[in-house]
Design a protein around this ligand. Structure first.
Ligand SMILES: Nc1ncnc2c1ncn2[C@@H]1O[C@H](COP(=O)(O)OP(=O)(O)OP(=O)(O)O)[C@@H](O)[C@H]1O
Ligand code: SF4
Ligand SMILES: [Mg+2]
Length: 318
């Protein structure tokens, strides 16, 4: 185990909608080690993106961080003013979103958009120099330097995603957060983008937080996997332990529902749907769908327990 880069404790992020608060992230605690690749997995609506946005300080209204702390390299991000946070974004944390088309300005050349990062963070105040840096940054992510003159629509989906990665890592952040960065791409391009992220991580010693609904992808790439269900962290641990011996029934169900990477296996869907986070079930939020539920599961929420360094929240353990 190395040094901790990011330490999240008791984080709560709620969206205050007209029909009541949505507890999108509810009491989540986890650590990310320096240089580690952590994947956050879970079904749609489990709070993965909200967790990522909270780390970036970008939770949109009506959402709000209502409790807990997010400590990055000794700094509690939840206590920073907007301007301080803006500086940390980009310089210490880079972020890549799912859809490069919405993240890029369609009317501006990609080189200018990467150059903005250097200008905004005061690396240089000379636009020409910033453009040169953008060219180098593009080459570093495997896009020919002359593409600085291209508009987003003139690039392929994979190249656009590389442009976003170039912008995200321009200032050599310590943490790269990628939220479903390859969902819109075909599997071959997806693998190449994942290879690129891994190569950059190793070269720069950066940590990666990958948000994905694809547990097979997570299993292939990560050092650690965090499993979210209904806004809660239900299991967190080393990838080999999670894949070979999942402790939480939901993790087991997710693994069983994934196309198998390690030999033929029957693929099973998870019956039922994730709960409405405005009115989550009592006790363990997974109990209506859990094949191993006991009477206590309906009544009492399981505590987060640490067993041999593994984190799990289930009445079957601890
Ligand atoms: N702006 C918003 N206003 C109100 N509720 C929101 C908002 N954004 C997200 N939510 C709710 O918060 C919960 C968590 O959403 P979030 O987008 O974090 O999940 P996710 O795990 O990223 O899902 P997906 O896999 O579909 O991207 C969901 O119930 C969602 O409906
Ligand atoms: S606490 Fe109970 S319902 Fe929840 S996952 Fe564990 S066994 Fe299933
Ligand atoms: Mg999401």
């Amino acid at each position: 185990m190395g040094d901790i880069l990011l330490s999240i404790r008791g984080l709560k992020v709620y969206y205050y909608t007209l029909t009541g608060p949505v507890r999108a992230v509810d009491n989540v605690s986890m650590d990310v080690y320096k240089g580690d690749w952590v994947s956050v997995v879970g079904e749609s609506g489990s709070g993965k993106s909200t967790l990522a946005l909270a780390i970036m300080g970008l939770v949109p209204p009506p959402g709000r961080v209502v409790g807990g702390s997010i400590v990055l390299d000794g700094i509690d991000l939840t206590r920073l003013e907007r301007e301080e946070l803006r500086k940390i974004r980009g310089s210490m944390i880079g972020m890549v979103f799912q859809d490069p088309m919405t993240a890029l300005d369609p009317l501006r050349k990609v080189g200018d958009q990467i150059a903005d990062v250097y200008l905004e963070h005061g690396v240089t105040d000379d636009r020409e120099e910033a453009r040169m840096m953008a060219r180098e940054a593009l080459e570093a992510v495997g896009v020919p330097g002359d593409r600085v003159e291209y508009y987003p629509h003139q690039l392929s989906g994979g190249q656009r995603q590389r442009v976003l990665i170039a912008a995200a890592i321009a200032l050599k952040p310590k943490l790269l957060i990628a939220d479903e960065p390859t969902t819109a791409l075909d599997v071959i391009v997806q693998a190449k983008i994942m290879d690129l992220i891994d190569e950059l991580r190793r070269k720069m010693g950066m940590s990666v937080l990958l948000i994905t609904h694809d547990i097979a992808l997570a299993a292939e790439r990560s050092d650690r996997i965090a499993v979210m269900y209904a806004g809660k962290l239900v299991e967190y641990g080393r990838v080999d332990e999670i894949v070979e011996d999942p402790l939480h029934p939901y993790t087991e169900a997710l693994l069983a529902s994934a196309p198998d990477l390690w030999g033929p296996r029957e693929i099973k869907g998870i019956p039922g749907n994730p709960p409405d986070l405005r009115d989550p079930p009592t006790g363990c939020p997974f109990h209506p769908r859990c094949p191993l539920a006991k009477p206590v599961c309906r009544e009492k929420e399981p505590r987060v327990t640490i067993i041999n360094g593994r984190v799990v929240a289930c009445h079957l353990h601890g």
